[in-house]
Design a protein around this ligand. Structure first.
Ligand SMILES: NC(=O)C1=CN([C@@H]2O[C@H](COP(=O)(O)OP(=O)(O)OC[C@H]3O[C@@H](n4cnc5c(N)ncnc54)[C@H](O)[C@@H]3O)[C@@H](O)[C@H]2O)[C@@H](O)CC1
Ligand SMILES: Nc1ncnc2c1ncn2[C@@H]1O[C@H](COP(=O)(O)OP(=O)(O)O)[C@@H](O)[C@H]1O
Length: 519
């Protein structure tokens, strides 16, 4: 069976061997797009065939992951499924029937008084038992309560024995979600408290946005897509997923290059309160490979940065735009703080950038400059990439007086929708947006979206955003690419550096270590 395996290089419980991923950019669909693609096939009687392929793929991945987690074959493996009333439950039942025929001891808990009749029949015929609790010896728990048919709120079924989910990692069963963890919104990733976090999600027909975005991205675990024959019917999607691998499409220096042809990056970063941010941004830019890094910052910041990176050229914060004449890329904001003088000097640089069209990354305190630009120009410009985290994006929602946007950014809300939020900010400000978080969402003003699921929660440490700004700045100064390409390269490099220093996902590193791992 052909499958597309997605990022799995790091795994929290350390139970699996490293997984090779294959795809560089994968199309991502909403639940409705998948359902629409299924429709012509269902209308012409192919429903059972689709379900057959889905169930076979699910069984295949359960068997594979069980044997890599336990180090033995399927014979005698104790597999229990939570089965809902719809086709998602049907997939689960047929998958268990396959596994029973390969010698597994399978059981199903029916969470409602009805279940997919043919699936139930196949399950029973294969020797499956319907039980009213989760046997404590369960090694694999399959979540097939509800898939893309999920509507409203999800309440975790009250099934005796589910407490085994609270066991220590070594005892806990492997949790496999059928299509997606029950209760995750397939489009947005919004999810309530009752959702059972999966170690592995096996999804059918195409990668669903809800498995990557928002809370869904943190609940879905390792991802596999099982092709079920929808490919021809799937629409062109503007949403793609990056790989976490080191990008291969970043230009290397040519024998004919000189420092100016390799790009000059102008950084407006650092203040007496936050000199470290300038160090991290400059260090990351130098290590990414760029012809020259120019740092516009107060004297104390410059001397600290230059003592660590003597190759950086310092200019005072009051420099005129002439200091930027040779700049191919600009980063404004890391560690600027809130000193009015520094901010007004940064504003002059931003004005110059907006006039000249030089590629510019606007981050951290630099994002506060958007307010004035909204007043002056009604937004920014397509040569700008803004890189807010969710808190900063909420402040942008306030600047835009956009309540809908604010609710999309509220991760606890059923309306949470980071993909649409990033698109909305990009459209409103006419610039590209990189919304940081456990899944990074990059959106262009034209509505194209790129998702990156780092699966590296150790990145949640101060200063890693400054490192990312330095990487993005260096990349945009070195090569002429659209922001989506630069962002895909940048986030992949950022994550790949973490992969090198922290392959086990222990999180015992700081942002400086990420810079050191860049080279
Ligand atoms: N349409 C098809 O032919 C295919 C569908 N497939 C599977 O079918 C799933 C979709 O099937 P369905 O459309 O039957 O929908 P689901 O099985 O996902 O959900 C529908 C059922 O879940 C219940 N439900 C809805 N919201 C709920 C909530 N908040 N809490 C608890 N229960 C809730 C409903 O009562 C309904 O009976 C996909 O996720 C996938 O697993 C696959 O077999 C591939 C082919
Ligand atoms: N839970 C997480 N999992 C993976 N990556 C994360 C997580 N939390 C944050 N990150 C990443 O870490 C970086 C943090 O950036 P930011 O919040 O701007 O930090 P700082 O301002 O301290 O530099 C971003 O690239 C973000 O995507």
């Amino acid at each position: 069976m052909t499958v597309t395996s997605l990022p799995g290089w790091w795994w929290p419980k350390g139970r699996y061997s490293r997984h090779q991923e294959v795809a560089m950019l994968v199309n991502v669909y909403t639940g409705d797009q998948i359902r629409a693609a299924e429709k012509p096939l269902l209308d012409t009687g192919y429903g059972p065939a689709l379900m057959g392929r889905a169930a076979y793929g699910l069984a295949h991945h359960i068997a594979h992951h069980h044997s890599s987690a336990r180090g033995r074959g399927l014979y005698g493996a104790r597999i229990t499924a939570l089965i809902g009333p719809g086709n998602n439950g049907g997939d689960g039942l047929y998958a268990l029937a396959h596994l029973a025929r390969r010698g597994a001891a399978v059981a199903a808990v029916l969470t409602r008084d009805r279940a997919h009749p043919e699936g139930l029949q196949a399950f029973r015929a294969a020797g499956g038992r319907v039980v009213d609790h989760i046997p404590p010896s369960t090694e694999v728990l399959v979540d097939a309560v509800v898939g893309t048919g999920f509507r409203g709120d999800f309440v975790r079924p009250q099934v005796p024995g589910l407490e085994i989910l609270n066991d220590d990692a070594a005892l806990r069963p492997l949790v496999v979600a059928c299509d997606l963890p029950s209760g995750v919104n397939a489009d947005t990733g919004a999810a309530g408290e009752g959702v059972i976090a999966a170690d592995l999600s096996v999804t059918f027909g195409g990668m669903k946005q809800g498995l990557i975005a928002g809370r869904g991205g943190t609940l879905s675990g390792m991802l596999h897509t099982v092709p079920i024959g929808l490919e021809r019917h799937l629409p062109k999607t503007p949403v793609r997923l990056t790989s976490v691998q080191e990008p291969t499409n970043v230009s290397s220096p040519l024998p004919t290059d000189h420092k100016y042809s390799r790009g000059v990056l102008h950084l407006v970063a650092g203040s007496s309160a936050f000199p470290g941010a300038a160090l991290l941004t400059a260090g990351a830019a130098v290590s990414t490979g760029v012809g020259m890094v120019v740092l516009q910052a107060p004297e104390a910041v410059r001397s600290r940065v230059i003592s660590a990176y003597p190759e950086v050229v310092g200019v005072p914060p009051s420099s005129t735009p002439a200091a930027m004449d040779r700049s191919d890329g600009v980063v404004i904001g890391p560690g600027l703080g809130d000193q009015p003088q520094l901010l007004s000097e940064a504003e002059a640089v931003l004005e110059h950038v907006l006039e000249s069209g030089t590629a510019c990354v606007l981050d951290a305190s630099g994002l506060g400059l958007i307010r004035d630009q909204l007043r002056r120009r009604g937004g920014l410009s397509t040569n700008v990439l803004i890189t807010p985290h969710v808190g900063e994006a909420r402040r942008i929602a306030v600047m835009l007086r956009d309540r809908v946007l604010a609710s999309m950014l509220d991760s606890g809300s059923a309306k949470a929708d980071p993909v649409e939020a990033a698109r909305r900010v990009a459209g409103s400000l006419d610039c590209s947006v990189l919304l940081k978080g456990s899944t990074t969402v990059v959106a262009s003003p034209q509505g194209e979206v790129l998702l990156h699921r780092a699966q590296a929660p150790g990145l949640a440490t101060a200063g890693t955003g400054d490192v990312l700004s330095g990487i993005l700045g260096a990349l945009c100064a070195t090569q002429e690419q659209d922001w989506l390409t630069v962002a895909a390269q940048g986030v992949s490099m950022h994550t790949a550096a973490v992969q090198r220093i922290d392959p086990e996902g222990r999180g015992r590193f700081g942002a400086s270590a990420v810079v050191r791992a860049m080279g």
